[in-house]
Every structure is written in C-alpha cells, then in structure tokens.
Write a protein that binds this ligand. Structure first.
Ligand SMILES: Cc1cc2nc3c(=O)[nH]c(=O)nc-3n(C[C@H](O)[C@H](O)[C@H](O)COP(=O)(O)O)c2cc1C
Length: 211
C-alpha cells in the first residue's frame, strides 16, 4: 500500500497482526485519543458502554508491566509506546443497561415483544452471578478493543492484546477502582522496522462454518 493511500476495513483486518516489537517512537496523546474515540463508538448490549480505559505511557510503569509478577515476564511490553488497560465497569454495566432499556421503551426505539417483560429480564441480570456479569460486560469491552486495534492500523500503529497478567497486581499498581475488572491489556506502539506481518494462521472457513 502506498503512503497516503486510504486503507479500507478489509485492508486493516488483513494488515493487523500482533506486534510484540516496538521502536522507541512515542505514541502521541492525539493518537491515544483517536484510539479511545474508536473504542467509544463501538456497539454494546443495551448501549451499556461498560468500557473504561487507563492509559499507561510512563516508561517506569511500562517496564513494570514487562516483569514476571505482572505479565509472566512478557518483557517486550516495556518497549510499548503505551499500554491501554481495558476495564469493565461492573456496576455501571448494570445501571446503564437498565437506563438504556427504559430509554428505548419510553422513546419507542425498541417496541413489541422484545420489550415485554423487560423489567424481569433486567432483574435477572442484576441478580446474575459476578462471573456471568463479568462475561457479559467483558464481551462488550472486547468489541471496543477490536475497534481500537483496527483504528491503530490506520494510524500506522501496531497493537497486541495481552491476556496473561496478574489482575490484582495491576489494580494495586495503578490504583484502579475495585468495582472495575480488567478485561485485557492493549499494547500500542510504532512497530519496529523488523516487525513483519505474519501470515494469518487461521482455521479454514469449512472448519468454522457449521453445516
Ligand atoms: C484475549 C487475548 C489474549 C491474548 N494474550 C496474549 C498475551 O498474553 N501475550 C501475547 O503475546 N499475545 C497475546 N494475544 C495475541 C494472540 O496470541 C494473537 O492474537 C493470536 O496468536 C493471533 O495472531 P495475530 O494477532 O498476529 O493475528 C492475545 C490475544 C487475545 C485476543
């Protein structure tokens, strides 16, 4: 792709791969804002938007992220331009889901059968197990992270979703509100010169398409 040529969504999807080697160029505040704004525009169940992001870009803390007790020594994290700690607001998820459902009902945005018994449906959500609530809110956060990963390609940035970390240690390190849960870390940075797109090692269509 030539410089200045516009990337389509398909190109971004093809180009995206996990980048684990970054050069020392910083990620700018504007770029981070672009990423968070892409996340903000993601869809979510009942428009609950449970995602919350903590951006870490100071080198001392990034180095800590690469250590054994935080990430099982994924030391390349220390070279990232930033790490976006992607959290789910568990309490906000329920509250905002309820508010949206009532808004949809009052404004006739969703009518008929789906709204029948919506109060009981929401009550069940409220009394669901913490694990079930986490699963549901994490699913929404995951979508927002995907949006950031694709937007990053347009910005010439690489990303890698990191799922191996000690949640409690990060909560303490960054003094994150205990009502939040960490869903994943998104490492972001300018890919190192030597970073080459890997071939997508994926299951074939016929392996994933159910008959
Ligand atoms: C939920 C999740 C957790 C992941 N955790 C890690 C991780 O801890 N460390 C890592 O290097 N890559 C991690 N990855 C990246 C995957 O290994 C990678 O996406 C997969 O191998 C496909 O490669 P690709 O992203 O280059 O297409 C994770 C990806 C996801 C979606």
């Amino acid at each position: 792709m030539n410089k200045g040529e516009k990337l389509g969504v398909k190109d971004a999807i093809l180009k995206r791969h996990s980048v684990r080697s970054y050069n020392s160029k910083p990620v700018t505040t504007e770029q981070i804002e672009e990423l968070i704004n892409a996340a903000r525009l993601a869809p979510s169940s009942l428009n609950s938007q449970p995602w919350r992001f903590k951006v870490v870009s100071d080198r001392k803390t990034l180095i800590k992220f690469g250590e054994k007790d935080i990430s099982r020594k994924q030391s390349w994290l220390a070279d990232a331009g930033a790490i976006i700690v992607c959290c789910a607001d568990m309490a906000g998820y329920i509250k905002d889901s309820q508010a949206s459902a009532f808004f949809f009902r009052e404004n006739n945005l969703i009518t008929g059968d789906p709204m029948d018994g919506i109060d009981e449906y929401l009550e069940r959500e409220v009394s669901a197990t913490e694990a079930a609530k986490f699963g549901a809110s994490a699913m929404n956060v995951g979508i927002s992270v995907s949006f950031m990963m694709l937007r990053a390609i347009e910005l010439g940035l690489g990303t890698c979703w990191v799922g191996m970390y000690d949640e409690q240690k990060i909560m303490e390190l960054l003094d994150i509100d205990p009502l939040l849960r960490i869903v994943g870390l998104l490492a972001v940075g300018v890919p190192d010169e030597g970073d080459l797109p890997t071939e997508h090692n994926r299951k074939r269509l016929d392996e994933i398409l159910l008959p």
